[in-house]
Design a protein around this ligand. Sequence first.
Ligand SMILES: Cc1cc2nc3c(=O)[nH]c(=O)nc-3n(C[C@H](O)[C@H](O)[C@H](O)COP(=O)(O)O)c2cc1C
Length: 144
Amino acid sequence: MPDAPTTPLTGTVVRGAGRGRGLGFPTANIAPDPGTPVPPPAIYSGWLARRATGTVHRATISIGTNPTFCDTSEIHTEVYCHDTSGEVGDLYGERVDLWFVARIRDTERFASVDELLLAAREDVRRSESLLDSEHGRHVLAALS
Ligand SMILES: Cc1cc2nc3c(=O)[nH]c(=O)nc-3n(C[C@H](O)[C@H](O)[C@H](O)COP(=O)(O)O)c2cc1C
């Protein structure tokens, strides 16, 4: 699959700005380990594997500066898990591996939060079918 790295990003879940929960898109913010490959800013589909439990979650990943909110030049790695109740607080401090399946789109600076939310919902729909594709299942099979 083009545009998505084949090696995992490894890191630790840390606290983000806390905005995602209010938007209905709670994300786990990942601090990448030094030296781990971080792909270029974009929205990706992938699998999040929790080292502590061995569980794997369906994920849509945002890598970028969150330009809609203009509050930082720092690159954030944020993961929305489709198959959890939305409560990511219990992941804080956990070691995780992110396996990328496909690149979905460029990060955009949206004129409003509503536009960002529309795009993010569409990203999750596309991510769901990418994860269920032959390539998505192949990536999953390789990590378990
Ligand atoms: C599926 C998805 C797509 C996203 N796309 C964008 C985007 O195109 N532009 C942007 O500025 N932020 C994007 N974001 C990041 C949000 O701005 C970010 O998750 C939100 O500000 C919450 O940040 P926090 O968890 O640090 O509070 C996306 C997030 C997700 C989960």
